[in-house]
Design a protein around this ligand. Structure first.
Ligand code: NAD
Length: 456
């Protein structure tokens, strides 16, 4: 089938590439000319494990191409996917301007029956709006062309996007007629050889399924984060609680990791957008409002712990803190809504200098921060730690799990280790000479033994 993907970002590029890998002929379109030029030169504008190799193979096999020209991209396409941003609008609802603009441009150029597929995360009712916009444009052209609008929300995870797309847990398709349902089934057939995971439903339910899924995942994270505070106070260890509760099959052990809040381009905006949809329809999703509030507070937690640790040590004015990891999660260069950005500003506001390192997102962070005062950019985690008073582990990249602890401590000025992702064992870290502070567990200092704390 001939497909066009509109918007060549994290979702669009992966979607287009994976469809090409399965034998479809794909054109990826973007209005960002720089991005298209980069792709045409054989480079990948984002970091996503495994993607580069498949892009190159499919380009050289002639099944994948890139353009910024709508006329060229749309004229022969049977299916046009919309994978454009749906950022948070001023009032918290999803801003649909990119979706509607792209729909309009598709309508200006389509020549024959076309299926327009919403892959962007969009509120219930958006497919109906897309349909209206396309009908209006076709009417302006006096063009009598048949079309269908389908909802096909995307569930891939950045950092594992190719594997998620190639072997999805499920593919949700929202349609309003049988014919287009059959066409979507044929399109996804190469992904379903192992077993059928296509779930066909009405459009409203498909649109809602995406928000419901992200809201549930965000809820699990905020639930654990909220619980971590009370664990700390009463002397329980949230990691042990997690293991105990997660082994119940009704609960499961995924998405129960306490930390310093969820970020990224999806959970924060999708939780807010769903709350807004509910409000517009006369309901209040109070659980989700709490999820959002807990998350906003949690993003400040590591900074608050650092500030309080130094409160009786002269404050942060002359202190240097190394940040390990900046992206909102490992295996991606995406820093949208990343907790690291909150922490950097909190520490600088207190007068600290920050030494930053992330394996892949350094350039994105440099671009996103206007004022670079009190920031030192480092080439690796050990360099960041040099002469630092403390380390703050912000993103749980695997390489931060087992550093050379002795070399680390020798190169630092101080010995504090703030672990925002509970990657290390408290007593083990104390035994190695660190003042170790983590999330939802008792703080343990290097002089633990002298203080006579029990070792469990
Ligand atoms: P992105 O910002 O990485 O990419 C979007 C691309 O669309 C950009 O390159 C932009 O230049 C382009 N664009 C904007 N307007 C355009 C237009 N009129 N015509 C052509 N191109 C245009 O965004 P993303 O992270 O890929 O997200 C896209 C959508 O998918 C959003 O709705 C998001 O919520 C949803 N989603 C994202 C993820 C994820 O992990 N990133 C997962 C599932 C769903």
């Amino acid at each position: 089938m001939k497909l066009t993907i509109i918007g060549t970002g994290y979702v669009g590029l992966v979607t287009g590439t994976c469809f090409a890998e399965m034998g479809h002929h794909v054109t990826c379109l973007d209005i960002n000319q720089e991005k298209i030029d980069t792709l045409k030169q054989g480079q990948i504008p984002i970091y996503e494990p495994g993607l580069e190799e498949i892009v190159k193979r499919n380009v050289s096999d002639g099944r994948l191409q890139f353009t910024s020209d709508y006329a060229e991209a749309v004229k022969d396409a049977l299916v046009c996917f919309l994978a454009v941003p749906t950022p948070e609008g001023e009032d918290g609802s999803a801003d649909l301007k990119y979706v509607l603009q792209a729909s309009r441009q598709v309508a200006e150029h389509m020549q024959d029956y076309t299926v327009i597929v919403d892959k962007s995360t969009v509120p219930v009712g958006t497919a109906r709006q897309v349909k209206t916009v396309i009908s209006e444009e076709l009417e302006k052209r006096s063009a009598n062309i048949e079309f269908d609008v389908v909802s096909n929300p995307e569930f891939l995870k950045e950092g594992n996007a190719v594997a998620d797309f190639m072997k999805p847990d499920r593919v949700v398709i929202g349609v309003d007629n049988v014919r287009v349902g059959a066409l979507m089934k044929e399109l996804y057939a190469p992904f379903m050889l192992n077993h059928e995971r296509l779930i066909i439903m009405d459009i409203f339910s498909a649109e809602m399924t995406k928000y419901a899924s992200n809201a549930m995942l965000a809820t699990r994270i905020s639930f654990m984060n909220d619980l971590s505070h009370i664990c700390e106070t009463v002397g329980a260890d949230i990691n042990k609680v997690r293991l105990g509760m997660g082994s119940d099959r009704r609960i499961g052990n995924l998405f129960l990791y306490p930390g310093i809040g969820y970020g990224g381009s999806c959970f924060p905006k999708d939780v807010k957008a769903l709350c807004k949809t509910a409000k517009k329809n006369g309901h209040s999703l109070s659980i989700l409002e709490a999820v959002d509030n807990v998350n906003n507070e949690q993003k400040k937690l590591l900074g608050n712990k650092i500030i309080s640790y130094y409160a009786d040590k002269g404050g942060l004015e002359d202190k240097t803190i190394a940040l390990w990891g900046l992206s909102f999660k490992p295996e991606t260069d995406d820093i949208r809504e990343a907790p690291a950005l909150v922490l950097i500003e909190q520490l600088r506001a207190e007068g600290a200098t920050v030494r930053l390192f992330d394996p892949v997102s350094m350039d994105n962070v440099k671009r996103s921060i206007a004022n670079h005062d009190n920031i030192e950019w480092c080439n690796d985690e050990m360099e960041a730690a040099e002469n630092s008073d403390a380390i703050a582990l912000v993103t749980e990249w695997r390489r931060f799990r087992f550093p050379d602890y002795t070399a680390l401590l020798n190169s630092m000025k101080g010995n504090a280790f703030f672990d925002g992702r509970n990657q290390h064992e408290p007593l083990d870290m104390a035994g190695r000479g660190f003042d170790y502070i983590s999330i939802g567990r008792r703080d343990v200092y290097a002089d633990t033994k002298q203080k006579g704390l029990a070792i469990i």
